[in-house]
Design a protein. Structure first.
Length: 575
């Protein structure tokens, strides 16, 4: 931030002016703000001095607690500029306001001098505000005369007091001699334009002061009516705009800080105007979306996949019109030819006049890896890792979901148990047994309809769910195809085995439950195994007691309901 650094002479004048107030009280401070004795060289009576407690004290202890933080900021400014002030109350006088002005007087007295001047209710002393008094010590405006070539011919006393230069030092010099080198070209261009149009001009420059500092000033050049250019006397009014420019620079610093912070964030940021124009986009956004520099939201978001684009455009339009904030998950097409699609969440936040300008802020997060992890977890929770079939839990959930559909169509259930699976494991090894299960699953999938579901619910047991059947006979036909597919020899690691299966079939009726259908299919499968027919057996209520008991026992082992015999003991294997 550019601040005017008070010259040593200016500090002397400021202190002298403040000491003229008869009720002003004086404190001397060390560089760390400790209160120290006031130098005798100031020539002040004891009635003007604030006593220093034994053992010393800090200046902040004099002030009301609510004014301590502003006082710290003021003290930092004193260290930078030499003079600063604030309106504050004392700890012992909370109802009285003082203008507290601190001046770096180490060049003359070796201490900082702090003057406390009491204020009236209107902020003034004897009809004159302290700000007016301090401002009068360093004028905020002045006047100088120049020739057409910019050479200074006259300055008034206010210019001398504002800039610190004497008349002899400025008169006869070209005004650009005192300008900051970065401002010279711009000021010359404005000056030449004034001469060409013979109309006044304005410019803002940093003007060198006699103490080596720089002061932002605004110059208003008034072109006079003159017959010859050489006879023209240009009147230049100069005004101190250091506080205004300091505010601009502070704003610029905050904007620069914002951009640094925005670029360091692990998310893409996009600020849009109310018309959808791009106000700001951080560097990460370009890398994430691959659209580079863009002027509109449509261009910036062009890499969003078509299937998600309409949803995003609709949500963004609502937010720009003042609707609620939204969060969407979208697919982003690959940036490079060899890239892969990415998944991103986009948080759409509406901006109003309270944030500076209406529009929207879009925060983009790349969640590709988390989506991939989420999908892997879903697959693990849904499918059997060996065969790729649905696992037990997901199979039962699918069956319950299909039975809940009220469309007057039926759901078929087929229970499959591979024959002689244990003997394959025992004779050829577990690798051969695993391969047998994989080939069996593949053969089953090869003869099913597109919406049929294959589930592996036990070691060598499979459950088929066949939804949306018009007739019960349809599930029997599917089971026949499965039986044929599972009949024959298979080549396995370590040898060859003959594949066959016992298959039970049932079909839903109004009011059927998943547990009941699985129990029926399991009972029918036992009937097939006992008959050794190697053909599917539909469930029949007229099954023999032995078959019904076997099926019920198996159903209980799968958790098919209460009132059925207990499951076989651990280690029991069906054959």
């Amino acid at each position: 931030m550019t601040e005017h650094v008070q010259s040593l002479d200016a500090r002397d004048r400021t202190l002298a002016g403040l000491l003229e107030y008869p009720h002003g009280r004086v404190v001397a401070l060390a560089p760390d703000a400790r209160r120290v004795p006031v130098p005798a060289a100031l020539g002040l009576g004891d009635d003007r001095l604030v006593p220093v407690p034994e053992g010393g004290a800090n200046m902040l202890e004099l002030l009301h607690p609510d004014d301590v933080v502003p006082a710290l900021t003021t003290w930092e400014r004193v260290a930078r500029t030499g003079v600063a002030s604030l309106d504050a109350r004392l700890h012992d006088e909370p109802d009285r306001h003082y203008k507290v002005t601190a001046i770096d007087m180490r060049h003359r007295y070796g201490v900082f001098v702090c003057v406390l001047v009491p204020l009236d209710d209107d902020g003034s002393v004897s009809g004159t505000s302290i700000e007016q008094s301090l401002a009068s010590l360093r004028p905020r405006s002045g006047r100088m005369l120049k020739k057409f070539d910019g050479v200074i011919t006259e300055i008034d006393d206010r210019v001398t007091r504002m800039l610190g230069w004497t008349r002899q030092q400025m008169i006869g010099s070209r005004s650009t001699h005192f300008f900051h080198e970065e401002d010279v070209h711009r000021s010359i261009a404005g000056w030449l334009d004034m001469l060409g149009t013979r109309q006044g001009s304005r410019s803002r420059v940093r003007h060198r002061c006699a103490d080596g500092g720089w002061l932002w000033i605004e110059i208003e050049n008034i072109y006079p009516q003159a017959a010859e250019l050489a006879d023209a006397v240009i009147v230049s009014h100069i005004s101190d705009i250091s506080e205004e420019m300091a505010a601009y620079e502070a704003l610029g610093q905050r904007e620069h800080l914002f951009r640094r912070l925005a670029d360091s964030l692990p998310i893409g940021l996009l600020q849009l105007g109310q018309d959808g124009s791009v106000v700001y986009a951080n560097s990460l956004l370009a890398a994430m979306l691959g659209t580079g520099a863009a002027r509109t939201a449509q261009e910036q978001l062009a890499s969003v996949a078509d299937r998600d684009r309409m949803m995003l455009d609709t949500a963004l339009e609502h937010v720009l019109r003042g609707g609620p904030d939204r969060e969407l998950e979208v697919a982003v097409e690959p940036v490079a030819a060899r890239g892969e699609p990415r998944r991103c969440t986009m948080t759409l936040i509406g901006l109003s006049d309270e944030e500076g300008a209406p529009g929207a802020l879009i925060c983009v997060r790349d969640i590709t890896e988390s989506v991939r992890s989420r999908e892997e977890l879903r697959i693990r929770a849904t499918f059997d890792h060996l065969t790729g079939c649905h696992n037990r839990a997901s199979s039962l959930a699918i069956l319950d979901r299909e039975l809940s559909v009220q469309d007057h169509r039926r759901t078929g259930v087929i229970f499959i148990d591979l024959n002689e699976f244990k003997s394959v494991n025992d004779s050829l090894g577990h690798a051969a047994g695993d391969e047998l299960l994989v080939q069996a699953a593949n053969r089953i999938r090869g003869v099913l309809r597109g919406d049929d579901v294959v589930g592996r619910i036990g070691g060598d047991e499979f459950l088929l769910i066949c939804p949306r059947l018009d007739l019960p006979a349809e599930v029997t036909a599917i089971a026949e195809r499965v039986a044929e597919a599972l009949e024959g020899e298979v080549v396995l690691p370590g040898g060859t085995a003959r594949l066959s299966a016992a298959i039970g079939v049932t079909c839903s009726m109004p009011g059927s439950t998943g547990d009941a259908l699985i129990a029926q299919a399991d009972t029918a499968m036992y009937a097939s195994k006992r008959r050794r027919s190697r053909r599917p057996v539909p469930f029949d209520e007229a099954f023999t007691g032995a078959e019904t008991e076997a099926g019920a026992g198996a159903g209980a082992g799968m958790g098919m309901g209460a009132g059925t015999p207990s499951p076989p003991p651990p280690g029991a294997v069906r054959t």
